[in-house]
Design a binder for this molecule. Structure first.
Ligand code: PLP
Length: 370
């Protein structure tokens, strides 16, 4: 059996250091914020090549607080990808702004800058692209469009810790970048955790307020904030895991490279297996290795039968989800088609060569036989 992602094995690789971190936390007597959070924030800011990092409760809160810190609310429009995880849209819903979904580039599946240019209005206050599947968006044209209309760029970087755009780390490029450390992300905690990074000290300060009841000094509340602090135990674990992020991302890259070479000519009838496309300026971190196929469900069934774990990111396009009935009749054909054809193959950093070979052999057989 090859699981889609083996987190237990990842834990085994670093168990001693995690146990040490746990004991350090227990003995410290500091269980909310404190030095462990400060130290992780500065390590992660450095890693992202950003000036500031503020740890928060989870990735959705990072997005929500980012929009709050820009005072975005009712009457404002926020551009989001039609193809993403629902959290991206929910953050806009949480601040009461209008969601403006924009279709992806058909080869990268990331939000299309030309389509953003066509969707901006004078009410556009933010563009919220997602570095989906671990691949950076095309930042330069997006930043330009935003500057033209006076909007901010808030990037959802939940899936791309360590990715690079034109040689620079994502996390330090947009006005605010939002990160999730949900356990299955490339940098994952052992529970809920998230962060924002920014080069703007006033945004960092505002988010520090918002995550802590609107207060800098205890019992002095400057505004109505939230309780969304990065958990101190999770920060201790994340300080261990961040040291391994580049190594683990490299392993993901190796596996992706092997898959791309092995699958480059697979065809079934007239219908090709579509492989991920990486633009020259992108250095993705392969949070997911997403292929596309017209008979995706059949493909997934046969891989499951052969003991290979796969997942679908995501099976229901958000505009057709029950959470957003008001978008049901929106015409978003690319998001709809992606939901029907995408399949994520295992690409976890703990996979060994035999497992990678087994995935390649099985998928090749399944496609050639059908
Ligand atoms: C995981 C994820 C989030 C949300 O992160 P949580 O920590 O689960 O709140 C947001 N956006 C994208 C694209 C994600 O993959």
């Amino acid at each position: 059996m090859i699981p889609f992602l083996n987190l237990q094995q990842q834990t085994d690789e670093i168990r001693l250091e995690l146990d040490e971190a746990y004991h350090r936390f227990m003995d410290s007597g500091v269980y909310v914020l404190g030095p462990e959070v400060d130290l992780f924030e500065s390590a992660y800011a450095t890693y992202c090549e950003a000036k500031f990092c503020v740890g928060v409760g989870n990735g959705l809160d990072a997005l929500h607080l980012a929009l709050r810190s820009l005072d975005i609310g009712p009457g404002d429009e926020v551009i989001v990808p039609s193809n993403t995880y629902i959290a991206t849209w929910l953050a806009v819903t949480q601040v009461g702004a209008k969601i403006v979904p924009v279709e992806p580039n058909p080869s990268t599946y990331n939000i299309c800058p030309d389509a953003i240019a066509a969707a901006v209005t004078k009410r556009t206050k933010a563009i919220l692209p997602v570095n989906l599947y671990g691949q950076p968006v095309d930042y330069d044209p997006i930043m330009e469009i935003a500057a033209d209309v006076g909007a901010k760029v808030v990037v959802d970087n939940a899936q791309a810790q360590g990715a690079r755009y034109k040689g620079k780390s994502v996390g330090g490029l947009a006005d605010i970048e939002c990160h999730s450390f949900y356990p299955s992300k490339n940098l994952g905690a052992y529970g809920e955790a998230g962060a924002i990074t920014t080069n703007d000290s006033s945004i960092a300060d505002r988010i520090r307020l918002l995550r802590n009841y609107g207060s800098k000094i205890r019992y002095h509340n400057e505004e109505c904030g939230y309780n969304s602090r990065l958990d101190t135990l999770q920060a201790s674990f994340l300080r261990v895991k961040i040291k391994y992020l580049d190594l683990w991302n490299d392993r993901r890259r190796q596996i992706a490279k092997t898959y791309l070479a092995a699958f480059s000519n697979l065809v079934i009838g007239n219908a090709q297996l579509k492989l991920p496309f990486v633009p020259a300026w992108a250095e993705p971190v392969w949070h997911l290795f997403v292929v596309r196929h017209e008979s995706r469900d059949n493909l997934q069934r046969q891989l499951t039968a052969a003991g290979i774990g796969t997942l679908i990111h995501y099976p229901v396009p958000i505009h057709q989800s029950q959470a957003y009935p008001q978008f049901r009749n929106h015409n978003l054909p690319l998001a709809t088609e992606l939901a029907a054809t995408v399949l994520s193959l295992p690409v976890g950093p703990q996979m060994n060569e035999l497992e990678v070979a087994k995935v390649i052999q099985t998928l090749t057989e399944v496609i050639q036989l059908s």
